[in-house]
Design a protein around this ligand. Structure first.
Ligand code: ATP
Length: 365
């Protein structure tokens, strides 16, 4: 069990800044996701928590103790790489027991611990098999076993499911999450897959170009994105963006796009300039009475819902509609949005503007 606090953490490689002043808190026992596109600094952040990389500046507190410069071996943390890194010449039992044997633990105690871990992972029957002939899933369980057996207070995992095909990946993701819930050790997990982060995480840090864009529970990040980047990175299809120029007075509850008025969550601060109206596809509706018109460009049937692509005067947007709703290609339709879910952004900075919706979640402005 471990609480981890990251404060103004920064990492430079020569003149390149890989991590720029990150700050966030990982609660004891949380399943915590570091999410972002390739090269955004996730692995570097994880390696600094592990003690495999020295921060250029900033602090890492593990259970209240600053340990940014402490050697990895003194942090009581298990780092799980892509899980196929097993010792091929050893059988399953020896792979799992290796960390204990190298600590000098007695044989009887090692045996008991390995068998307990094997029971947790459901691999008791393969303990004496060679790892060479095992299926991908069993190899993965063995690699996990080797991390668990030390009973560390924290697990760090770097894209552990990256090498698996989609179906098996989903299965292992469920297994990992269930294992976490049984053991309760803090887990920090790196992924570039927003769905995986949303499904598995208690909390998510979204990074881009070395910067923490937002930090919070999956639903908050989905419902109240703090930046245009987060809004477009999370969700599939992503949030729609409609750009317009306008003026907001504090308390304003509507905006005008091409003479059509849309209700919004009340603005908390004045703003004038280029804005972006963000609305998720499931909050776009067809409306006979709306003066905001669009042309249906395409429909994609998905079973219970369909994704409808629409051409508006402000660009293309996508709506997720019930599949029994009729939308014909080339038809002109009116559009309406669920007002309480709209996020407005400053087009220049990309930051969400303060409103009733995102009051309290914004890291910026
Ligand atoms: P990926 O999923 O592709 O690994 P990431 O978000 O984990 O992406 P990092 O591995 O943390 O990204 O790398 C962040 C940036 O820092 C990248 O541009 C990378 O090239 C750079 N970088 C990482 N390690 C080093 C290093 N040892 N020397 C120089 N540059 C580095």
């Amino acid at each position: 069990m471990a609480e981890i606090i990251i404060r103004n953490l920064r990492k430079e490689f020569g003149s390149f800044t890989a991590v720029e002043g990150s700050s966030f808190k990982i609660e004891d026992g949380e399943f915590f996701m570091l999410l972002g596109p390739s090269g955004c600094g996730k692995t570097t952040t994880l390696r600094m928590i592990a003690g495999l990389e020295l921060p250029s500046s900033g602090e890492i507190y593990i259970d209240g103790e600053e340990c940014g410069r402490k050697p990895a071996s003194q942090r009581d943390i298990a780092f799980v790489f892509q899980m196929f890194a097993l010792y091929p010449h050893m059988n399953v039992r020896r792979n799992i027991s290796y960390p204990l044997a190298s600590q000098g633990m007695g044989r009887a105690e090692i045996r008991a611990k390995v068998e307990e871990v094997a029971r947790i992972l459901g691999i008791t029957d393969i303990l004496d098999r060679s790892v060479g002939g095992l299926s991908g899933g069993d190899r993965q369980r063995v690699a996990l076993g080797r991390a668990i057996v030390r009973n560390p207070k924290c697990f760090l995992m770097d894209e552990p499911l990256g090498a698996l095909d989609a179906e098996f990946r989903e299965h292992m993701a469920e297994e990992l999450r269930a294992l976490h819930d049984r053991m309760g050790a803090t887990t920090v997990y790196v992924t570039h897959d927003q769905l995986e982060a949303m499904q598995m995480g208690d909390k998510i840090v979204v990074m881009n170009h070395g910067v923490v864009e937002q930090f919070g529970a999956p639903q908050d990040i989905y419902d109240k994105p703090a930046t245009l980047f987060v809004a477009s990175f999370i969700g599939s299809p992503p949030m729609n963006f409609l750009r317009f120029h306008g003026k907001l007075a504090p308390g304003a509850t509507e905006v005008a796009l091409h003479h059509s008025r849309f209700a919004i969550p009340a603005a908390r601060a004045p703003f004038e300039g280029d804005m972006v109206l963000g609305v998720r596809p499931e909050h776009v509706h067809l409306s006979d009475t709306s003066s905001y018109r669009a042309r249906v460009l395409a429909t994609e049937y998905l079973g219970t819902t369909q994704i409808v692509t629409l051409q508006t005067q402000d660009g293309q947007i996508k709506a997720r509609l019930a599949s029994d709703q009729v939308a014909r290609v080339n038809e002109q339709v009116g559009l309406d949005f669920t007002d309480s879910t709209i996020t407005l952004f400053d087009a220049q900075t990309g930051h969400a503007l303060r409103s009733e919706l995102n009051e309290g979640v914004l890291a910026h402005g």
